[in-house]
Design a binder for this molecule. Sequence first.
Ligand code: GLC
Length: 426
Amino acid sequence: MSKHLIDRAAEVLRTNDLGHYTVPTHGLYPFQWNWDSCLTALGQAHFDEARSWQEIETLFEHQWEDGMVPHIVFHKEDDGYFPGPEVWDTGRPVPTTGITQPPVAAFAVYRLFQRAKNRELAKEKARALLPKLHAWHAWFFQCRDPQDTGLVAVIHPWETGRDNSIDWDEAFERVPTDNVKPFVRRDTQHANPEHRPTQAQYERYIWLVQKFRSLGWDNSKLHDASPFQIVDPGFNGILLRSCADLAKLAEEFGEQTIAEESRAWAASGIAAMESLWSDAYGQYLCFDRATGSMIDSPSVAGILAAVAPIPDANKTTIAKRVEQLAEIASYPVPSHDPTDPRFDGLRYWRGPTWLIVNYMIADGLRAGGQTKTAAMIEKSSLELIKKSGFAEYYDPIIAEPCGGTTFTWTAAMVVEILSGSERVNT
Ligand code: GLC
């Protein structure tokens, strides 16, 4: 290897940088993705702080009036992706999808703010983003937790960012496929179909989109109308961490109302997370809100929850769980337990390891004193890159690079891990 890893990572970030936003990778994902951009900003900041603020600002320019921040912003036309703007038909001035993604933004903004060298710029940018971030969190609790349980539901697998997880299999059986307009997938033309979701899953993804579109993307209706309502511990963990971080950011600016409300959401959510804990697995599990039952599926969502300020005792157990998984999967943390017969090491979120997930798990574990496990995760993440390059995801046992190549957030996480910056506020 001729160049240092950090130079290679910087090159990936540059290759995918379109000026005011960054594509996850050219071809397969030609637009701006929500949580990709926020995590990408963390990597960009090491080279250009102004550019990293801009990445998040661009995303928030497309926040909906109700507070939602969409999962994709279609800045320009590209027929290499399906489903494009015409399928979503959200009526936005610059087209966006009508669903959201894991709210890592406040976590990222607080981190950018804390370690910024340009203090003036950081104050100006974070101050301006603060009410927008808060509005997004408020939207979640209003529209995705109508019964006030403290935890929010996702209504489409794409919202979780873990598109084809085994977690959704049972719930997806309830999503019909009737009246789905015929479509041509584009993802399988850019990436190996063996690494991608199945056709049956795609039909259900599209059925949900058509359903929500028929309701005019009215978020006061979508949650209750969706046959798919899942309380995902990883997703909620990210939201609760973001609420906790936003509370700290709000304090910096003397915004007491935002700080108090954010702290209250974090506290009640953390308490409610206990209902998702599984002693049998030593991690959290998803809850199917539509049927009122726990989902017996040991996925990484229940480990990713460690990113939230959950009790240290739970983090200790989760660290053990990761160590146990690392004995089976040399490149942890697999997106699904390899001992489960449903595990598939190459297929997207049904087994492969993802660097962004590793980064957040390591961060949360370190904050809970689990430094050894955190360091192990980071070390093996870098080994994956050295062995298999900047892929979208990797088989956790044989390290085969999967999905897209030259992948932005993978590169951003490498920069972060190499810089050790996730240790700043822990
Ligand atoms: C896939 C991933 C999702 C990510 C997107 C762009 O849909 O599952 O998490 O945001 O690609 O990288």
